[in-house]
Design a protein around this ligand. Structure first.
Ligand SMILES: Cc1cc2nc3c(=O)[nH]c(=O)nc-3n(C[C@H](O)[C@H](O)[C@H](O)COP(=O)(O)OP(=O)(O)OC[C@H]3O[C@@H](n4cnc5c(N)ncnc54)[C@H](O)[C@@H]3O)c2cc1C
Length: 464
């Protein structure tokens, strides 16, 4: 008897890029043309650009966690876990499931979309003492943490402890850091009204960046406007400055200032997922070097995109330009990569990715925003309308859209209750704890696992 097996397409990561790809594959391929598998540690697609609004309590965490299983039309097999190594030679991806089992998953086509992790530097004390803003758990944790600082400062009889708890430092003047500082400052500004014993003047937010300007991608005028809005709201902005040392109770800036604080938030850029390094292929500043068709040169059937890949930006004239790590690119690349996987499957030519940046929207909390859609510079309410309208329309499901809209309306009418849930209060929560950066395999471990001599000793087993 001859068994005809369908080609196996394995997609790694359920973010903007991975989900964009899977949904298109499901639509365009008939079930008997290929088997589609998705590896992801969580059962949702996280709408990261709205994360600062979860931290500030404007949105609930569930509203930006878009279900992967909402529709009965979705037929992809989902493996709950993370890919920890890819062996290109034997076409096997090693997966650690959420129950810690190791699986060797063979593929014919692989789409690598594991996104990025927070970029850190060799700064003493950084990963042990800073909080990140890259996962839903981090955003929810930070909200609780900031409210707990107000609670503890309110209860304290020690003026030094009070001052330290009411001082907050955010590092990173890109859009993620600026939105985080702006939204959380808005949270403390509104919350302190419920603490009559606390002097609002004691609350200090610092936003620092080594670059000379905030959000350079917005251009000089809007960057300066954003800076003025934040300064008016009392955020102290220090440019050309970074962190020299971080401790549990104080942070030392590179200009020598020592800031007593219990809150250091680190959002100074991202770097491709450590999964990319396990391939042993060429990278461009950590992102996998791919062609404009998002194919790995010399490896037919291997594709990479989103934050994890250096996809040439063919819409720019500059030589060597690569697409910036944004959701805007990742979701569009997802669709093109799906088309290219299908083309490869059907022996047709691949098409290059090309997208001209639509601009940037930055929500600074309350009625403050700056945005530059299609090159038009906006601030205040028009910018806010564009920012919220853009994010709202980019949410993948109608349920998510309804949840977000309801949250926005409820928040506008009833405000926030500044409740600390405490769900995660006993979990380790610093930079090193949330992004599983040490979960990946070395080339030797990967080879042993694929050859059946790994910790699991077989195609499936339990990790040590
Ligand atoms: C606070 C913040 C604000 C932002 N604001 C904007 C904005 O306003 N506009 C904009 O365009 N962009 C914004 N971005 C950037 C944008 O979110 C990213 O560029 C985008 O999410 C990249 O998409 P991706 O699919 O490559 O990665 P992601 O969306 O991060 O998805 C990666 C997925 O892979 C999963 N994964 C990770 N490792 C593995 C593994 N080993 N195995 C399997 N799965 C894995 C993750 O769990 C995740 O589901 C923001 C980012 C942040 C953090």
């Amino acid at each position: 008897m001859i068994t005809v097996t369908r080609p196996r397409i394995l997609v790694v990561g359920a973010g903007f890029a991975g989900v964009g790809c899977v949904r298109r594959l499901e639509r365009k391929l008939s079930p008997d043309e290929a088997e589609i598998t998705l590896v992801t540690p969580s059962s949702y697609q996280l709408y990261l650009p709205l994360l600062p609004q979860v931290a500030s309590g404007v949105l609930t965490p569930q509203s930006i966690a878009v279900s992967l299983r909402r529709s009965r039309r979705y037929r992809t097999r989902i493996i709950p876990g993370g890919a920890i190594g890819v062996d290109l030679a034997s076409k096997v991806c090693v997966i650690r499931t959420i129950t810690d089992k190791l699986l060797n998953e063979p593929y014919d086509y692989i789409v690598l979309a594991p996104g990025s992790i927070t970029r850190t530097f060799d700064i003493p004390g950084l990963t042990d003492n800073a909080y990140g803003m890259k996962t839903l758990a981090e955003a929810a944790y930070l909200r609780d943490h900031v409210i707990s600082q107000l609670d503890l400062a309110d209860a304290s009889q020690d003026p030094d402890e009070r001052a330290a708890r009411l001082q907050f430092v955010v590092v990173g003047g890109g859009y993620a850091g600026t939105e985080t500082a702006a939204c959380l400052q808005m949270l403390t500004h509104n919350a302190v009204k419920r603490y009559p014993r606390l002097d609002p003047k004691l609350i200090k937010w610092h936003l620092i960046d080594i670059a000379p300007r905030l959000m350079p991608e917005l251009g000089e005028k809007l960057g300066t406007d954003a800076q003025e809005i934040l300064r008016r709201r009392g955020v102290e902005i220090s440019l050309g400055v970074s962190i020299a040392k971080a401790g549990p109770e104080e942070v030392t800036f590179t200009d020598g200032r020592v800031i007593p604080t219990r809150t250091l938030i680190w959002t100074a850029g991202v770097v491709a997922s450590p999964l990319i390094a396990t391939l042993g292929a060429e990278t461009v500043r950590g992102r996998l070097a791919v062609t404009a068709e998002m194919n790995l040169p010399g490896h037919d059937g291997v594709f990479a995109l989103g934050d994890a890949a250096a996809v040439p930006d063919t819409a720019k004239d500059e030589e060597g330009a690569v697409c910036p790590p944004t959701a805007q690119h990742a979701m569009r690349q997802g669709k093109v990569v799906a088309d290219n996987v299908i083309a490869a499957l059907r022996d047709q030519p691949l098409r290059p990715y090309r997208h001209k940046d639509l601009g940037l929207v930055v929500d600074l909390g309350g009625r403050d925003a700056v945005s530059k859609p299609l090159g038009v510079e906006l601030k205040g309410l028009p910018a806010m309308a564009v920012a919220r309208g853009y994010h709202w329309s980019a949410l993948r499901t109608n349920v998510a859209k309804t949840r977000v809209m309801t949250n926005w309306l409820l928040n506008a009418v009833a405000g926030d209750d500044f409740v600390r849930t405490g769900f995660q209060s006993r979990t380790p929560a610093k930079l090193k704890d949330f992004e599983f950066v040490h979960a990946y395999m070395t080339p030797e471990e990967l080879r042993a696992q694929v050859d059946g001599k790994g910790a699991a000793g077989a195609a499936e087993g339990t990790a040590e």
